[in-house]
Write a protein that binds this ligand. Sequence first.
Ligand code: GTP
Ligand code: MG
Length: 421
Amino acid sequence: MFIDKVKIYIKSGNGGNGSHSLHTEKFVPNGGPDGGDGGKGGDVVFVATNSQNTLNEFHYKKHFRATNGENGGRQKCYGKSGEDVIVTVPTGTVIRDAETGKIIADMFHDGQREVVLKGGRGGRGNCHFATSRRQTPKFAENGVKTIERQVILELKTIADIGLVGFPNVGKSTLLSVVSDAKPKIANYHFTTLSPNLGVVGYYDKSFVMADIPGLIEGASEGLGLGHSFLRHIERTRILVHVLDISGSEGRNPIDDFNLINNEIYSYDEKLRDIPMIVVANKMDMPNAEENLAKFVAEFGNRYKIIPMTTIIHEGAEELLKEIIDVLEDLPPQEQLQFEPFSYDQADDDSYEVVKLAPATFEVVGGLVEILSRKVNIDDIDSFRYFQRVIKEKGVIAELRKAGAGDGDTVIIGEIEFDFID
Ligand SMILES: Nc1nc2c(ncn2[C@@H]2O[C@H](COP(=O)(O)OP(=O)(O)OP(=O)(O)O)[C@@H](O)[C@H]2O)c(=O)[nH]1
Ligand SMILES: [Mg+2]
């Protein structure tokens, strides 16, 4: 099993409610408000790590919830903040909102940390609402209730070099010879089921090489292990195309080369911009020399072709030298360019008045959502506070402008009331 795309559910913690406690003490029958604020809910934080290279663990665990903030208490006691939940993902994971498909973050660097969902703010305790006219407010704000969100995690491996080619041509062998990686090697197709990464050191230089599972005809349409692996070469800086130049499995290496390139470029034309080096592997086998001569005659003017017998490390030095030369002229890898999407932007305090029917108006938008999550409508004081806020924000004036008159119905979130001018 190799999972490189998965949907998960995340929720930050609710804010704790503010307390509406009134101070009581012996001989002080009507003390002032002493209700403390609710605590903030925990955040959902994503952290990138180089020590994972699949999203497999999300097959078992798909729900991530931060804990809620605690409610405020008497004597101005603040509620405790909720704890963050940390979601660890392999470096190269792109996080998208499942609903819109918009990118929230590209987890590009080892250790990168992104707060994807902020915990709900704690509600303020009643001590904040005392005024000269209202000395003992019996209401407090509720904490902000958060919403569960769905995000898609998609792994786009970050490696300088991507090894591509048919199954069984020796890609994993090559990776094991030049890097610190120990991939499984065997004489059958699809030995490699998920990309392996290795770090290659060459004198004072180093780079990361990824062994991509074998491709076959139709891979770009999902055949074989499918085209999902092609996603892992999108970010490589050089492709090393490995061929069984001896044609030991009865295929012609020229056909192999054309076919795999066709799969890669029909997946995404932009991949043509990635420079390609050709490794003519299995030079120790019969027919290798004459096939190489034909291959060079056909492609020698367009590609650097390096003959190798990987199992005895022959040709490795020349390949590494060539890779270093090409890398030197290439720009460093870049993070995806995108307009970041943030769930918190949805929590703005904009609003709009909509006329639903001749005498019915609805107020919609971020402000309403914030208010209806924070206000307890069953409490008369809380409702008054709600009325005051919508007046201050100009909602009443907007309603008037839209034509609302005495006795008309106004709907704001879950609250419905008669408009009184
Ligand atoms: N004769 C010969 N055999 C080789 C050479 N390089 C690799 N092999 C053999 O080819 C077989 C396949 O090697 P792998 O490295 O597993 O091939 P792969 O391309 O990673 O294969 P998949 O993971 O299935 O796509 C193994 O039996 C290797 O020992 C070589 O230079 N000469
Ligand atoms: Mg392999």
